[in-house]
Design a protein around this ligand. Structure first.
Ligand code: ATP
Length: 513
């Protein structure tokens, strides 16, 4: 099965098992907006908890806030979003589809990279043990040709983006002979800039334009509360403020399920440091964040850094942590060194002094900022796309199993009486009533035990506990493990410790030590 087919199946599975629904489905849906169902919300909450605890509990100098979505409109002038939060868009005249010009070019570059990697794979097969990849890349004529093309296109793209030269971007798309994936033609419009912020009206402010924006990032809520938190929390630099919340962007090219949505959730942390020390902290946070991702256990090889070619107006260093989604390596989290741009501009625009008095240096300054910004929905998609597995069993059947890391799994334990009579449901309820205070449990007595196991596999429940007639005599149950399908007879009294060790968020946090 191709990755595309697997992804299609995963999307259907998310709906069938209550993870993600299209928003407003009974009205034919709202494009690029999604609702999380009964399973999805549990997984999402578990990811949030892991991030929140890793940030605020493990770091004494990081505290959290929850700021409002509506903010004073001047904030978005100060942050640069009113003037510069734009995407360069281009339309195909035949399909009438709209694309981000930079994304079309990035996809073109990714194809060249794939071509070079395929050539390397061929070489590996041909030369076996004696294969030297570095030398091969430096000498193979096919690779060298592709590399020259790659460097040329990449160089022109970066220059065009940096100079905001929309004509040059369009020319590059034409020169690369990029065709619309829908119509297959190269009949392109001009490239235009499009602001991504949603606006709405705030009541009726007399004499004033009441236009306000839905926040396109949660970060500004942190910056405008810098003094509040620093003073009331008696925070000393370096320190951080974390926040989880909704953000809104009028994404024109909304594709790939929950990867790019118009309403999404971010988990952001702004870390305030002394001027001049920001690049050291930037390096540290890059590594710290990558380590956090890796502890989730989706596979270390699925992550990579991608340093930005074009720095945003506020940054002096920036990198993406990319994840290998079924549709390729894509941004999962951004780590940015935002200098003193945000606090400095809020100082200017608000007329309030936003500075920190550093007792050690005996001076006041506008702190510099390192930002870590992860999309919660993208993290959710990373977990699910790695977990989704269609597995052929020895008996010729297939099972769909979500191998979600146990601490993040929506349901931790299913409690299953073997039959619906003979006192087994009562015993099962007793066990469930004990465990529900500790773990998210599900009780199920309908259908054969095999069918019930499959249902739990499909939502990623790591443990099934089966109560049979012997349980009434020996107080033992059968515990069945999702990944291996192995079964083990254990005393009821040991259930708690067996399960807790595997499913607690604590076990993930401990890996960050
Ligand atoms: P992209 O280049 O993919 O548009 P970005 O660089 O604009 O992303 P940031 O502004 O750095 O993204 O936002 C931080 C994080 O928020 C991203 O790493 C991503 O995980 C998440 N994010 C951004 N836009 C969306 C969206 N439309 N839908 C879901 N998550 C998003």
């Amino acid at each position: 099965m191709t990755q595309e087919e697997v992804f299609k199946n995963l999307t259907a599975h998310c709906k069938e098992y209550g993870f993600v629904f299209q928003s407003s489905e009974i009205y034919d849906g709202l494009s690029a907006v999604y609702d999380y169902g009964q399973m999805g919300v549990e997984l999402k909450n578990n990811i949030k908890k892991y991030w929140w605890d890793a940030m605020t509990r493990l770091n004494e100098n990081i505290v959290g806030i929850d700021s409002a979505i509506f903010m004073h409109p001047r904030i978005w002038e100060a942050s640069g979003h009113v003037g510069a939060f734009n995407d360069p868009l281009i339309d195909n005249k035949d399909s009438k589809k709209r694309y981000r010009a930079d994304v079309l070019l990035e996809e073109y570059l990714a194809k060249l990279e794939e071509k070079m990697n395929k050539e390397v794979e061929k070489g590996k097969r041909k030369f076996g043990e004696s294969f030297n990849e570095e030398q091969f890349r430096a000498t193979n004529p096919n690779i060298l040709r592709t590399k020259t093309k790659y460097d040329e296109v990449h160089g022109r793209m970066v220059a065009a983006l940096e100079a905001n030269d929309l004509n040059a971007l369009r020319q590059l798309i034409i020169d690369c002979e990029i065709a619309c994936p829908i119509s297959g033609t190269k009949n392109w419009t001009e490239v235009r800039q499009f602001n991504l912020m949603f606006s709405t009206q705030l009541g009726n402010i007399s004499g004033e334009d009441g236009t306000i924006y839905l926040r396109p990032e949660t970060a500004q809520g942190i910056f405008v509360n810098f003094l509040n938190v620093q003073k009331t929390g008696r925070m000393k630099i370096p320190f951080g403020i974390a926040q989880i919340g909704k953000a809104f962007r009028n994404e024109i090219v909304a594709r790939q399920f929950i990867f790019r949505m118009r309403e999404f959730e971010q988990m952001e942390m702004q870390f305030f440091v002394r001027p001049g020390e920001e690049l050291e902290w930037f390096k540290k946070w890059k590594e710290t964040r990558l380590a956090w991702h890796k502890t989730i256990g989706l596979g270390d090889e699925k992550y990579r850094f991608h340093d930005h070619d074009k720095l945003a107006h506020y940054a002096n260093a920036a990198t993406d942590i990319e994840f290998e989604f079924p549709f390729g390596f894509k941004e999962l989290e951004g780590v940015h060194s935002r200098t003193d741009f945000d606090l400095g501009n809020h100082q200017k625009f608000s007329g309030r002094k936003i500075q920190y008095f550093d007792p050690e240096k005996n001076e006041s300054y506008v702190p510099y900022v390192i930002e870590t910004s992860i999309g919660l929905d993208r993290c959710f998609l990373a977990v699910l796309s790695s977990a989704y597995c269609e597995e052929a069993l020895e008996n010729g059947e297939t099972r769909v199993v979500l191998r979600i890391p146990a601490p993040l799994a929506p349901v931790k334990v299913a409690v299953l009486p073997l039959v619906k009579k003979d006192g087994l449901p009562e015993k099962a309820r007793e066990i469930m009533d004990d465990m529900k205070y500790l773990f998210n449990c599900q009780y199920d007595e309908k259908d054969s035990i095999g069918k019930r196991y499959r249902r739990q596999d499909a939502i990623g429940t790591p443990f099934c506990v089966t109560i049979d007639h012997d349980t009434l005599k020996d107080n033992c149950v059968t515990i069945r493990y999702r990944d291996t399908m192995e079964q083990e007879r254990v005393p009821i009294s040991s259930l708690h410790s067996i399960i807790d060790e595997k499913v607690s968020i604590r076990s993930l946090l401990a890996k960050l030590r």
